[in-house]
Write a new protein. Structure first.
Length: 282
């Protein structure tokens, strides 16, 4: 309900609104959201579920931040959070706890819009946090999202076939109906484009479901899998997904035997960064 300038202020001070909280409200509306300059942006490194973090700096030196969680391979935009008054130290502490890389505002908006595209295509409701902190994110109208519903897991850019995207969509909706999305019992996917299939071989200890004689362009050809892991294994993978590459260096690269982190063990095919990059690049 709109409050008249000469009405009593709703804060209960007994003073007219124009001489009390109106000024504070105007200041809040002027110095918030997209009207503020970008401070820094980040995207979390682990593939699959990634966080796009956008921060803006306020006139008093404090920061606003919006963080959106995008499940690129299944549900799309599924969660978010934000803060309108963080100090730089508080922001640095949060970013330092995760595995983030600095990104551009355009990269973050593209990831968020792809998440929205996926969620809406599956008929999922967008999280209320997106609307709540959309002002900090800014307009995404100019961001173009083209191609297949889901992208190649390896490169994150190339399109998957319509058949592959349909299978992922169907399995995701089935998991959502069962209420197992985001739990150890959900179906997990790994589908790569033809280009990346030529570049790399997937070395992960999972059960692969293949056709008897998969052809070169087969959905079940090398480089793709649908995975159902045990609850115990999934709990371990969930624990290490946002770890840094130098945490819990208790394992050895299966290729060169150098020390690797728990994250590399679970999410980089039990390889060190050097061997993993070599495998990806072919």
């Amino acid at each position: 309900m709109k409050i008249g300038r000469n009405e009593s202020c709703p804060c209960g001070s007994g003073i007219k609104y124009k001489k009390c909280c109106l000024g504070k409200e105007m200041e809040k509306n002027i110095f918030t959201g997209e009207s503020l300059p970008i401070y820094k942006c980040w995207i979390s490194n682990p593939k699959g579920s990634r966080i796009a973090a956008i921060s803006r700096i306020k006139p008093n030196g404090n920061l606003e931040i919006a963080c959106m969680l995008v499940d690129e391979w299944k549900m799309g935009l599924k969660d978010g959070f934000g803060n309108y008054n963080l100090t730089k130290d508080q922001l640095d502490e949060y970013i330092g706890r995760g595995d983030f890389r600095e990104a551009t505002i355009e990269e973050c908006k593209k990831l968020i819009k792809r998440g929205i595209f996926i969620a809406r295509s599956l008929g999922f409701r967008l999280p209320k946090e997106y609307e709540q902190f959309s002002g900090i994110i800014g307009s995404i109208d100019s961001i173009e999202i083209n191609g297949s519903l889901y992208k190649c897991f390896a490169c994150g850019e190339n399109d998957l076939s319509e058949e592959t995207a349909s299978i992922i969509k169907e399995a995701t909706l089935d998991d959502a109906t069962k209420g197992v999305c985001g739990t150890p019992n959900e179906t997990m996917f790994y589908f790569t484009c033809d280009t990346c299939k030529e570049k790399r071989k997937t070395n992960v200890n999972i059960e692969e479901y293949e056709e008897e004689t998969p052809g070169e362009n087969s959905l079940w050809a090398e480089g793709s899998f649908i995975e159902s892991v045990s609850p115990e294994d999934m709990k371990q993978k969930e624990r290490t997904i946002h770890m840094k590459h130098n945490e819990e260096m208790n394992y050895n690269c299966k290729q060169c035997n150098t020390k690797i982190s728990a994250h590399n063990k679970d999410w980089h095919a039990h390889l060190c960064d050097k061997c993993f990059d070599k495998m990806v690049d072919g």
